[in-house]
Write a protein that binds this ligand. Structure first.
Ligand code: FAD
Length: 318
């Protein structure tokens, strides 16, 4: 089923969903199932699987002679989605990026998803790879996520790059896109970022999942601004429980989001990461309960493959 159909079917009940990362290369798919199994009792209608781009590493072949090698540390997004749909009978939502994909690669990726009966995709631009300062698109690829959504919409209309495919067949994807309650780091202002979010919706995206936030007020204000700017699709909040002291600096640095003073104070008081884990759970329960009370249709948790804190939260909220 499409995410939009799940939302319509849920009526007034808030649904539970979460995101996982493919395991590092060399690990077993069982690690994925071990992360999902404890969360199935909360009946997620969909599970997102992130996509990870190539990275560049330099290997010293001889003294002073470096060889540039391309590595992908977490491949397997499509295969994991197929395995999830087959094992758990829930919809898997693969993430797909502009970065590293030509338009033809994108078409082929989406055709694979179509063969596998995957109905939903999360369309993203992706970040700069480690060796770049700014995001650089593939020379034959898309610059921004709205262009990727346009390609998905064209395929849904039966328009393919490979003319041999234009035989009446069309795909039927429901595309989600990212939204940033505290603005995307490269956007000149939140207002401009919301205008660009609207462009993604106009290109055909049917729902939005937000970047993590730790202050619900930021989400409520963002949602209000989106509605005022004419965005009518569902906006799904993304939540992440903080789990280590290091994340107090790492999360703002990596994701450009603020940590509320009260949360920072509570984490700083902790003597070890076990205590931080508990503070993170309690904070996220409070956030979740307030969002449920506000009638938000789905809460989406960034599990990062660790289910114990998400289970502790879900058992208090759902
Ligand atoms: P876009 O919507 O293209 O926006 C990127 C920036 O460009 C913004 O500042 C925007 O304001 C600006 N912009 C947009 N359109 C235009 C335009 N036409 N002209 C000028 N400026 C424009 N990354 C991964 O690598 N893998 C994942 O699986 C992944 N999953 C994610 C899931 C969620 C829910 C979120 C919130 C993020 C995820 N990311 C993932 C990170 C994401 O790739 C980065 O945040 C990336 O920097 C932006 O992606 P986007 O799709 O929001 O980009």
């Amino acid at each position: 089923m499409k995410i939009t159909e799940h939302l319509s079917a849920s009526k007034d009940k808030t649904l539970f969903s979460f995101e996982i990362l493919p395991p590092l290369k060399g690990q077993n798919i069982q690690s994925i199932f071990d992360g999902i199994d404890p969360l199935m009792e909360f009946k997620p209608p969909f599970i997102d699987v992130t996509y990870h781009r190539e990275e560049y590493v330099y290997i010293e072949r001889a003294k002073g002679l470096l060889e540039k090698r391309v590595v992908r540390k977490r491949p397997g997004t499509v295969g994991i989605c197929a395995a999830i749909q087959s094992k758990y009978k829930v919809d898997a939502v693969p993430h797909i990026l502009c970065g590293g994909f030509s338009k033809e690669d994108t078409e082929n990726f989406l055709i694979d998803l179509d063969f596998l009966g995957i109905k939903n995709v999360m369309a993203l631009r992706g970040d700069a790879v480690k060796s770049e300062i700014y995001f650089t698109p593939d020379p034959q690829g898309h610059n921004y996520a709205n262009e990727l959504v346009e390609q998905i919409s064209a395929m849904n209309r039966g328009q393919f790059l490979d003319e041999a495919l234009e035989n009446g067949h069309h795909t039927d994807f429901c595309a989600g896109v990212a939204g940033y309650p505290e603005k995307h780091m490269e956007a000149p202002s939140l207002e401009k970022d919301i205008q660009r979010l609207k462009t993604k919706i106009e290109a055909g995206a049917e729902y939005v999942v937000t970047q993590m936030f730790f202050d619900n007020q930021k989400f409520f204000e963002f949602e209000k601004s989106c509605r005022e700017s004419g965005i009518t699709v569902p906006i799904i909040p993304g939540l992440k429980p903080i789990a280590t002291k290091k994340q107090l600096t790492l999360i703002p640095h990596r994701f450009h989001v603020d940590m509320p003073n009260d949360l920072t104070r509570e984490v700083e008081k902790c003597k070890n990461n076990e205590e931080v884990h508990q503070v993170g759970i309690e904070w996220c329960i409070e956030q979740s309960k307030e969002l449920v009370a506000a009638g938000i249709p789905v809460l989406h948790y960034y599990s990062m493959g660790k289910s114990s804190n998400i289970k502790a939260i879900a058992s208090q909220v759902f």
